[in-house]
Design a protein around this ligand. Structure first.
Ligand code: NAP
Length: 458
């Protein structure tokens, strides 16, 4: 239903968790909300990032379904800001334009050989096994016997686990069919997860790390000597370290003490090693090894515990490298962007220019506001912070004053835009196909097929 002419209108761009939390809170504040996403499907990284063997985490979408059912909410999928629509067009029609576009790019290592065949961003691997339409054409050489995953965050843990899951476990998940086939036939024997700092600085959360010790087909291996803390880390852990870091260390010590189960696969967690070059035949040959420097931990001037390379190097033979060193935002249309931080330029959620002057009516939430950190629920509080500023600005008469109303402008312009009932049609089709195979869903992964399913013609 189109909103009444006197309703304050908000366009939320990006239908991931932060977009949904902000939409819900804007509805509470009396706004009509148009939630716009470049994909025909909602839920952002819940659909395309959360590992397929973590269905409980995905069940958060029930909360978003309730938001979508509220009066005043409309969804427009398959509509890209900077593609079919522009920032100027949004500002001409909405009192509030809120960016919730996430951080679509990945960070790079900047080392020689990083572009060799066989070196990929873990974020693309994640998008591929989760059936993101932009990643269905990618391929990963899963004849590799050893894979190195660079980084000590939860994404590194997710991809390491996905590489060693038993085919019977994968078969119960909503892993995209192309990836299900490839992963089920993978030859991977060892995944080496490489941290540049020590075990006390790993960014894993406890349940994710613990799960590595519960895999049915893989042993987890940790060298006891790598768990001996340097003086700085020991001091930090005793005086400042948080419960997560302490528990991580206990889990790692437990892994190091465990007898080998004799599983066919193994995940080796290694610390204090930074990649310095990807080695292979000639300048462009595929990866054959990763050269790493041994690091030591030093206290930097700002009190941070840093990895500092020593002159000791070693080569880890491998045929596939996944760099999992964090996401990075990319510019959207002409929205002010802070290149150095890889984020939309903002002050506490208000989009601003270099001098800190607020761009009236423009706001930001989620990873593209604060950087790629935290779990899904972190975005609820983050959205509340931005929405409270919107409410403040509304009371002070400082929102955007759109020149036009045109409530149906998106569907008039883009007849293929997928409404919420279109997504429900996609969802029903995927779930029905899943039921036949004992899986939560069989994902539709090609854009034309998603659009066809949305109108019931697939
Ligand atoms: P992350 O948690 O920020 O971890 C990035 C890792 O990359 C860190 O260990 C970092 O080490 C390392 N790194 C950065 N630059 C590096 C370099 N040049 N060389 C070597 N290592 C480098 O990022 P993420 O794993 O992408 O996860 C993003 C967010 O999503 C996190 O908040 C995570 O908890 C969340 N997430 C949660 C789940 C879940 O709850 N199940 C699953 C996936 C992701 P330093 O610490 O030394 O910088």
């Amino acid at each position: 239903m189109s909103p009444a002419a006197d309703t304050l209108r908000a366009a939320v761009v990006g239908a991931g968790p932060s977009g949904f939390y902000a939409a819900d809170q804007l509805l509470d504040a009396g706004f009509g909300v148009d939630l716009i996403d470049a994909l025909p499907t909602p839920f952002g990284l819940v659909r395309a990032g959360v590992a397929p063997d973590h269905p409980k985490i995905k069940s958060v979408t029930r909360v978003y379904d309730r938001t979508a059912a509220r009066p005043g909410f409309r969804f427009f999928g398959g509509v890209e800001l900077g593609g079919e629509i522009t920032r100027a067009e949004l500002l001409a029609r909405y009192h509030v334009v809120l960016y919730a576009v996430g951080t679509a790019d990945d960070r790079r290592l900047g080392i020689p050989g990083e572009d060799r065949p066989g070196v990929h961003a873990a974020t693309r691997f994640v998008a591929w096994y989760n059936g993101h339409p932009s990643a269905t054409g990618e391929s990963f050489d899963l004849t590799a016997r050893r894979v190195v995953v660079i980084g000590n965050g939860n994404v590194a843990v997710d991809v390491a686990r996905m590489l060693v899951l038993d085919p019977s476990e994968l078969a119960q998940t909503d892993t995209a069919d192309h990836a299900l086939r490839a992963l089920s036939g993978a030859h991977v024997e060892e995944v080496v997860v490489l941290g540049r700092r020590g075990p006390a600085q790993a960014a894993f959360t406890n349940p994710e790390l613990r799960e590595l010790g519960e895999l049915t087909r893989a042993d987890v291996h940790v060298e006891p000597s790598e768990l001996e803390l340097d003086e700085h880390s020991a001091h930090w852990l005793e005086h400042e370290g948080d419960a997560t870091a302490r528990r991580n260390l206990e889990l790692l010590r437990d892994f190091a003490r465990r007898p080998v189960n004799g599983h066919a696969r193994r995940i080796a967690l290694r610390f204090l090693r930074s990649p310095v070059a990807v080695l292979g035949e000639g300048p462009d040959g595929p990866v054959r090894a990763l050269r790493v420097a041994r690091n030591r931990i030093e206290l930097s001037g700002d009190g941070r515990l840093e990895a500092v390379a020593t002159d000791r190097h070693e080569d880890i033979e491998c045929e596939l490298v996944l760099r999992s060193i964090g996401y990075r935002g990319c510019p959207v249309d002409d929205v002010p962007f802070d290149e150095a931080r890889g984020l939309i330029r903002n002050a506490g959620g208000r989009v601003c220019d270099e001098d800190g002057r607020h761009h009236r009516g423009e706001y930001v939430v989620g990873w593209i506001k604060r950087g790629p950190s935290g779990v899904i629920g972190t975005n609820k509080k983050d959205a509340a912070d931005t929405v409270s500023r919107i409410v403040e600005d509304a009371s002070a008469g400082l929102l955007n004053e759109p020149a036009r109303s045109e409530p149906d402008w998106i569907t008039d312009r883009i007849p293929t835009a997928v409404a919420w009932n279109g997504w429900c049609a996609i969802d029903a089709r995927e779930r029905t196909a899943g039921e036949r195979q004992g899986r939560p869903r069989v994902k539709i992964v090609r854009l034309p097929d998603l659009l066809a399913a949305a109108v019931g013609t697939a």
